[in-house]
Design a binder for this molecule. Structure first.
Ligand SMILES: [Mg+2]
Length: 266
């Protein structure tokens, strides 16, 4: 997840301006990359940042444990929304495998905020992502599963799907990522089913965006990896992600966008 981040709304850019600059989030012309290109002309067009954080916490059903750690609640509106998406996906996956039992059907999951919830990390860092704090968290802690996604992945595997994970986390976090997925009971949590971003030694199938110098966008990296899987005969029936850059670029029959109001990744 060592990526420059931009925030979904202008109101939250202030909080991440410093880290954005440090992480190289400035784009051409020196302006900050925004999900929305509109520059507010009045403060009334901007959600107050304090209110926005309160809304996010309410949506996730923020609970605080005895150690002061913040967690999402399984009865939250976030969990309910995710469960609705999972139910639709299960219905679709059941129909697809019913019609085609060729044995080469797969689903693809992004990891952060698709398979594993980073809510605790985001609250710990007050929504100010940095590669350093994120790497430290990944090396020392386990993220909980996004509500029900581990069950969905196991259900899909039992139905005959192979589960692949394609993440923007760096190759150096391979072992910790496998440990984290396994800790939450995700199936196929092993080297051959996990694709991380290897900018130093990229796979040749990513082509000219990866070498001789890495310039791949997230969409190029992820869709290129899915194209590689399809070239090996896999049919990617469904692709799950919390960012549109996880889902764009084709090479899946269906996409499922999970909610994530906490941050935006181009
Ligand atoms: Mg993600």
């Amino acid at each position: 997840m060592a990526r420059a981040r931009t925030l979904k709304t202008h109101s939250r850019t202030l909080a991440t301006l410093a880290v954005g600059v440090a992480a190289g989030a400035l784009v051409g012309g020196g302006s900050l990359a925004l999900a929305s290109s509109k520059v507010p002309t009045s403060d009334k067009q901007i959600t107050n940042m304090t209110d926005e954080v309160s809304e996010i916490k309410a949506y996730y059903g923020d609970t605080v444990d005895a150690n002061g750690e913040h967690w999402a609640s399984p009865s939250s509106n976030y969990a309910i929304q995710v469960q609705g998406i999972e139910a639709k996906a299960e219905k679709y996956l059941a129909q697809k495998i019913q019609r085609d039992r060729s044995g080469k059907r797969a689903i693809v999951l992004d990891i952060d905020d698709t398979a594993l919830s980073t809510y605790n990390y985001e609250l710990e860092t007050t929504f100010v992502y940095s590669p350093a704090s994120n790497a430290q968290y990944i090396a020392t802690k386990n993220f909980p599963a996004v509500f029900g996604m581990n069950n969905l992945a196991n259900w899909a595997q039992a139905k005959g799907y192979t589960v692949f994970y394609i993440t923007g986390r760096p190759e150096s976090q391979r072992a910790d990522t496998i440990r984290q997925l396994a800790s939450q009971g995700f199936p196929d949590a092993d080297d051959s089913h996990l694709f991380l971003k290897d900018t130093a030694n990229p796979p040749s199938y990513l082509g000219t965006c990866a070498a001789p110098a890495w310039t791949c966008t997230t969409t190029q990296y992820k869709s290129g990896t899915r194209a590689h899987l399809e070239s090996q005969g896999w049919v990617i029936t469904a692709n799950f992600g919390d960012q549109y850059s996880d889902l764009n670029g084709g090479y899946s029959e269906q996409t499922y966008k999970l909610p994530n109001p906490m941050y935006y990744l181009p």
